[in-house]
Design a protein around this ligand. Structure first.
Ligand SMILES: [Mg+2]
Length: 228
């Protein structure tokens, strides 16, 4: 049997230019074990990707703030403190940086994401003033302002409980600091070559290949192992 997977999306199932790599649509629909999409993106994005992969909607969204498994949605993060921090950031002249593109946060339930163009020192200063309730996570694609303690790893424990699978049985692939908690909970973890330092340090293996090249290599190896 192939193992269950927990896969980040951006930087892990994508090309360098941020598109979903077409191999995701070849390798994942028929994977013969649960596939969990674990992302910093707002809830609808991984639901839509699962849907179009023809898979059960088993997702960890918003860095663990929202978990959906077995038809049930659980909200594990509280948006109040993150929203207050971003409001204070705006009052200090900060700009979240998305312009009119409100689809980044429109459906986000538990955190707020800011563009990498946003003023990071100001954001971190304002977040620090919230006294530990809020943390800023840099995924390489956005700054995420989220409640402290919410994580993809805790989300994976929730998914494991619901599916009756020990989190230790999952194989994880990711690329950034928001994947470190997943790597700590999963039994086997891989950072793609484009991963940041936090993900590299947390992973069991740092791959030589980047983006979906790296992820596809892991899936091929897992399949080969299954055939032995
Ligand atoms: Mg990522």
């Amino acid at each position: 049997m192939v193992p269950p997977l927990v896969l980040d999306i951006d930087g892990t199932l994508t090309t360098a230019s941020g598109r979903i790599d077409a191999r995701a649509f070849e390798l994942l629909p028929d994977w013969d074990a649960p596939v969990v999409l674990a992302t910093g993106k707002a809830f609808p994005y991984p639901v839509a990707l699962s849907h179009f992969l023809g898979r059960a909607e088993t997702v960890i969204a918003e860095n663990g703030g929202v978990v959906h498994v077995d038809g049930e949605t659980t909200v594990l993060g509280d948006s109040e403190a993150p929203r207050a921090v971003v409001e204070a950031f705006r009052e200090r002249g900060g700009d979240p940086g998305w312009g009119a593109r409100d689809t980044v946060n429109r459906w986000r339930e538990t955190e707020v994401a800011l563009s990498l163009d946003a003023d990071e020192p100001l954001l971190r200063e304002v977040a620090a003033a919230a006294g530990g309730d809020v943390e800023v996570v840099d995924t390489g694609y956005a700054y995420h302002v989220k409640a402290t303690g919410v994580s993809k790893g805790i989300g994976l424990e929730r998914v494991g409980d619901a599916l009756g699978i020990d989190p230790d049985e999952f194989v994880a692939v990711g690329d950034s600091e928001n994947d470190a908690s997943t790597f700590a909970v999963a039994g086997e973890s891989y950072a793609v070559a484009n991963a940041d330092g936090a993900a590299r340090n947390a992973a069991d293996v740092v791959l030589e290949d980047s983006y979906m090249d790296g992820t596809a290599g892991v899936l091929a190896e897992l399949r080969a192992r299954d055939g032995e």
